[in-house]
Design a protein around this ligand. Structure first.
Ligand SMILES: C[S@@+](CC[C@H](N)C(=O)[O-])C[C@H]1O[C@@H](n2cnc3c(N)ncnc32)[C@H](O)[C@@H]1O
Length: 171
């Protein structure tokens, strides 16, 4: 069901969805392992899609911000305890006033909104809204270099993901 919904979202808007398959279990578990040592009043996931990462961090009750209406419907069935907003992440970041740990699942490579998304994260970080941030990328370089986080580190490469994914943590 999740794979079909994901493929449908991909066919509707390939550059916004970024891949034909949701992330693998391994990527989700790699995110979850970091959660034990990261603290934040609330966790926000931008672009949760079908919830491939969300399911591994669900015990942290993440706030979910997803632009695709049908995926939001699926997310509300899968995660009835999470707050879900059918909204653009850029608008969310601009209007957010509460500090949070940010999980970015939105693909940035080939994304026509890339520079606007990065600018929105940068402004939110400068306003002190972003306590930490985690993202995965299919590229080999730091995907959020332009934000100017104090600390940035590639924490894991998951080669058994299609395509292989690299996870970065910023604090
Ligand atoms: C690669 S999928 C990630 C899904 C899932 N987390 C995973 O790892 O499989 C990217 C998701 O980001 C959503 N998305 C893209 N641009 C967005 C935006 N500006 N605001 C909110 N969600 C967005 C897409 O609709 C899609 O569901």
């Amino acid at each position: 069901m999740s794979k079909r919904a994901f493929l449908k979202a991909y066919l509707k808007n390939p550059s916004r969805t970024g891949s034909v398959l949701p992330s693998s279990e391994r990527v989700g578990r790699a995110f979850a392992r970091q959660m034990d040592r990261l603290s934040a009043k609330r966790i926000v996931e931008l672009g949760p899609g079908t919830g491939a990462i969300t399911e591994h961090i669900a015990e942290n009750s993440p706030h979910l911000v997803e632009i695709d209406k049908e995926l939001c419907r699926l997310l509300s069935e899968r995660f009835p305890d999470c707050v879900i907003e059918n909204r653009c992440a850029i608008e969310f970041l601009e209007q957010c006033h509460e500090a949070c740990g940010l999980i970015v699942s939105i693909p940035l490579i080939n994304n026509p909104e890339r520079s606007n998304i990065i600018a929105a994260i940068r402004k939110a970080y400068q306003r002190g809204i972003v306590s930490w941030c985690m993202i995965f990328t299919y590229g080999l370089t730091d995907p959020l270099r332009e934000v100017g986080f104090d600390k940035s580190k590639k924490i894991k490469s998951v080669l058994l993901n299609l395509p292989p994914a690299h996870i970065w943590l910023y604090e």
